[in-house]
Design a protein around this ligand. Structure first.
Ligand SMILES: [Zn+2]
Length: 268
C-alpha cells in the first residue's frame, strides 16, 4: 500500500487535466472554460500536443479535420502569449501530450514499440514546448491513454512521469443518467480522499463547444463539471494542484513510494 503525505497535511492532491491543447486551441475557449474555475482556486494542467496532426478526430476543428497536415504549437502566437501569462499567474502547468497525436500504421502514437522513434517524438516535443513556453515539462500523458512498455522506458529515461486519469469527464459518460455518473465521481473521489491519493479529473475543453462553436453549447456537461468541483470544495484539506507540482513534491519527498513497476506512476 502506497503511503502518501501531501504538503500542509492535505488529504488528497486534486488535479484537473485538459488533454488536447495545441495549435488549434483558442485562448477564448480556454478562458470560457477555465476563467470561473481559476477564480475558485482550481489550477489546470494543460496537456499540450507539441505538433498536432490534423487527423479525422473531434480534437481537430472541422475546417482542418482530416487534412493530415502538421501544426506546431509555436505557430499559434496568440495561444503562446496567453499561456505565458497564465503560467506567470500560476493558474496552469504544462504537461506533454504525445507529439502529434496521430496513429502510426494504425497504432496509437505512444503505443508503438520502436524506441528510437519514441525517443525522437518525445525529445522533439520537449524541444517545441521548451522553445515556445520556456518551461521544464515533467509530466507526460499519452494520447488515447495508450502507452507501450518501450514508451514508458523512454519517458522515465527522460526524467518524466506518466499519469493515468482517475475520472474522465467525457460527454459519452453523461448520455444516460447524469446523476449516476455524478455518484460515480463522488465514490471515486471519496475513495481517493480516504487513501490520501492523487485524483486526476481528465476532460477536453473542446468537448464543451460541440462542434467547435464559439460558445459553450454543452451547457449540461459544463454544469456537471462545476457540480463535481463544488463537491470537491465541500471537503477540507484538498490540495488543488497540478501534475508539475505533484512530480516536484514526490521527487523531493521520501515518504512516498512511486511504485516504479506500475505501468503508470500514480493511480488516484
Ligand atoms: Zn488527446
Amino acid at each position: 500500500m502506497i503511503k502518501t503525505i501531501w504538503p500542509d497535511g492535505a488529504k488528497i492532491a486534486f488535479i484537473i487535466r485538459d488533454d488536447d491543447i495545441g495549435f488549434f486551441t483558442s485562448p477564448q475557449m480556454l478562458e470560457k472554460v477555465y476563467g470561473p474555475l481559476w477564480q475558485q482556486g482550481f489550477k489546470t494542467t494543460l496537456a499540450v500536443i507539441p505538433k498536432h496532426k490534423a487527423i479525422d478526430d473531434l480534437n481537430v476543428p472541422p475546417s482542418f479535420r482530416g487534412r493530415n497536415t502538421y501544426h506546431s504549437l509555436n505557430l499559434n502566437r496568440n495561444l503562446v502569449h496567453y499561456l505565458e501569462n497564465r503560467l506567470r499567474e500560476d493558474y496552469i502547468a504544462i504537461a506533454q501530450h504525445g507529439f502529434s497525436h496521430e496513429k502510426i500504421d494504425g497504432v496509437h502514437e505512444f503505443g508503438i514499440s520502436d524506441r528510437g522513434e519514441l525517443a525522437r517524438r518525445l525529445s522533439e516535443g520537449i524541444r517545441i514546448l521548451n522553445n515556445a513556453l520556456n518551461v521544464e515539462v515533467k509530466a507526460f500523458v499519452p494520447p488515447w491513454e495508450k502507452l507501450s512498455k518501450s514508451a514508458l522506458g523512454v519517458i522515465r529515461k527522460a526524467g518524466m512521469w506518466a499519469f493515468k486519469p482517475s475520472y474522465k469527464h467525457y460527454p459519452s459518460k453523461y448520455l444516460d443518467d447524469p446523476n449516476i455518473q455524478f455518484e460515480r465521481f463522488k465514490t471515486k473521489f471519496l475513495d481517493s480522499y480516504r487513501r490520501g491519493g492523487c485524483f486526476i479529473l481528465v476532460h477536453h475543453y473542446w468537448d464543451y463547444f460541440s462542434d467547435w462553436e464559439k460558445k459553450i453549447t454543452r451547457k449540461a456537461l459544463y454544469h456537471h463539471l462545476q457540480e463535481a468541483l463544488a463537491f470537491v470544495d465541500t471537503h477540507p484539506n484538498v490540495w488543488k494542484t497540478t501534475l508539475t507540482e505533484v512530480v516536484e513534491w514526490l521527487a523531493s519527498n521520501r515518504n512516498y513510494d512511486p511504485a516504479p513497476d506500475v505501468s503508470i506512476s500514480i493511480r488516484g
